[in-house]
Design a protein around this ligand. Structure first.
Ligand SMILES: [Zn+2]
Length: 258
């Protein structure tokens, strides 16, 4: 989202009651151009949205405003998949573990957002052609229905997975459904996730730079074959990680337009 003003601003904040995003000024534009990201979940209802914008001027003066946009319907694939039945109807003995897994991931999402540490477009974590299945409506073994909250990148088992941008590792362990799992925190309430890994080379708290190896592609958890399931979460919304490959440099270098 880009906010343009005829007078210099110090910052602006977007909120929808649940989540918050900060808009920042670029190197150019002298505070007249602020920019930030706002995620819309792929399962969000179609329709008009209102986001409150708190604009703060150079003298600390507050200017409440609102941003209205429309969520358009997505165009998602349908997929029928066959997997090990233990991943469609997990055995009783695994239920406690599955509940614990969920709590660990929920704790990562619940933490207070940290400062943004990325400043340019993300790169691909593995060299692969994306399957185009972000948001796909799926039926497993003819029964369980679910939506696919990531982009699958098919690559051979053992292919190194590289950090697509700087970040801090918040979770690095084997989980029941997602197998070998890593969650990276890029700051500014933006996370990326890596599932089904055969090997994990990082641990929670590690800081990684773009290109650092997180581990390797595998076929652990609920899968039909080796691949990297790559996910992204922005302001609590599950968004297509492939969109991160197109981010302009940050802070914005765009010139003033007024
Ligand atoms: Zn996947």
């Amino acid at each position: 989202m880009t906010l343009r003003s005829s007078v210099p601003l110090s910052r602006a904040t977007l909120t929808d009651g649940q989540h918050r995003a900060v808009l920042e000024g670029g190197r150019e534009g002298e505070g007249r151009v602020l920019r930030g990201l706002w995620g819309v979940d792929f399962e969000a209802a179609v329709g008009t949205r209102h986001v409150e914008v708190d604009v703060v001027g150079r003298c600390g003066d507050d200017h409440p405003a609102s941003w209205r946009f429309r969520v358009a319907p997505g165009n998602f694939l349908q997929q029928k998949l066959s997997v090990n039945p233990a991943y469609v109807e997990p055995p009783e003995s695994e239920k406690e573990r599955i509940a614990r897994d969920r709590e660990k991931v929920a704790a990562v999402w619940a933490a207070v957002p940290t400062t943004r540490v990325w400043d340019r477009a993300f790169v691909m974590p593995v060299e692969a052609t994306p399957s185009g299945n972000f948001g796909a409506r799926r039926v497993f073994n003819g029964k369980t229905q679910s939506r696919h909250a990531g982009a699958d990148l098919v690559a051979a088992e053992g292919t190194p997975i590289k950090a697509p941008a700087p970040g801090t590792v918040r979770l690095a362990e084997d989980l029941y459904f997602s197998g070998g799992t890593v969650i990276l925190d890029h700051g500014g309430d933006l996370f990326t996730t890596y599932f089904h890994m055969s090997r994990i080379d990082v641990k929670p708290g590690d800081r990684v730079r773009t290109g650092d190896v997180l581990g390797a592609v595998g076929a652990t958890g609920r899968v039909t074959g080796p691949h990297l399931h790559w996910g992204a979460r922005l302001n609590g919304a599950r968004v297509n990680p492939l969109a991160l490959l197109k981010l302009p440099p940050w802070p914005s270098t765009e010139t003033r337009t007024d």
